[in-house]
Ligand binder design. Structure first.
Ligand code: MF3
Ligand code: CO
Ligand code: CO
Length: 254
């Protein structure tokens, strides 16, 4: 069942969503060669807690850390560790915060040190696919329009879209209906209505779409070892369009 949010609910959701966006801004200067993902986790954890919120991933279905950190061929749900970032890595940091009784969820792929040209095209395509998908969200559009928009752009550039994980409704629960697939057909799927709040979070692989989950039971990696990128926003369907709750005012690039 898709829960429709009231204007008051959406107002309450702005705060955790904004905080999650601020965490990505705060952490960016630390994403440098030599830092461990545990240190990134701790900096994000402390920032979230000191702003009166709770990091939603911590203990969620047994997840042991406060953020997800997914490096290179890791698609999503990477667990922070003593691993050090290296020049040329790409890393997705996925931040979800809980406050006012609601969750806000956003993620971004960062370049560590100097970006490699081939990888930056992948990362840019992923970010563009999210933006193009956001642009189609309005009452009366369909979930398939979102998926088709992402799939067309990614596959048109020779990349593949991850099928096993999707965006999701979000609100009082971290993951709610509907499932927001990142592939599909225009005109198909659930019709969007004012008051729906969900994430769009495309995972785009440089190579084949297949994945496997590591023995830690969380980290999803590409089967072929190719690089994977991801971006995520939380958005609310409003009259005539959508509001990106995890976008800070004046922040144009992401
Ligand atoms: N933030 C992820 C998402 O976008 C979910 C992480 S679940 C966790 O849906 F347990 F790994 F944190
Ligand atoms: Co997320
Ligand atoms: Co999400």
């Amino acid at each position: 069942m898709i829960q429709i949010k009231t204007d008051e609910d959406i107002e309450a959701m702005r705060e955790p969503a904004r905080l999650a966006a601020e965490v990505l801004l705060m952490i960016e200067p630390y994403v440098k060669p030599g830092i461990t993902t545990n240190r990134l986790n701790d900096l994000c954890h402390d920032y979230i807690v000191s702003h009166g919120a709770v990091p939603s991933p911590l203990n969620y279905r047994g997840f042991p850390k406060s953020i997800c950190s997914s490096i290179n061929e890791e698609i999503c749900h990477g667990i922070p560790s003593e691993r050090k970032l290296r020049n040329g890595d790409v890393i997705n940091l996925d931040i979800t915060t809980y406050m006012n009784g609601f969750h806000g969820d956003t993620s971004k792929t960062f370049f560590v040190g100097s970006p490699r040209k081939k990888i930056s095209r992948l990362v840019e395509t992923c970010q563009q696919s999210l933006q193009k998908a956001i642009d189609v969200v309005r009452p009366g559009a369909r979930l398939g329009d979102i998926g088709a928009t992402i799939q067309n752009l990614a596959e048109g550039r020779g990349y593949s879209v991850v099928r096993e994980f999707c965006g999701h409704g979000i609100g009082r629960n971290f993951h709610e209906d509907p499932q927001v697939l990142h592939l599909g057909k225009f005109g198909e799927g659930v019709e969007l209505k004012k008051g729906m709040v969900f994430t769009i979070e495309p995972m785009i692989n440089e190579g084949e779409p297949g994945l496997k989950v590591l023995s830690d039971k969380w980290t999803a990696v590409t089967k072929d070892g190719s690089i994977s990128a991801q971006f995520e926003h939380t958005l609310a369907v409003i009259q005539g369009g959508c509001e990106v709750l995890t976008r800070l005012d004046g922040q144009t690039s992401f």
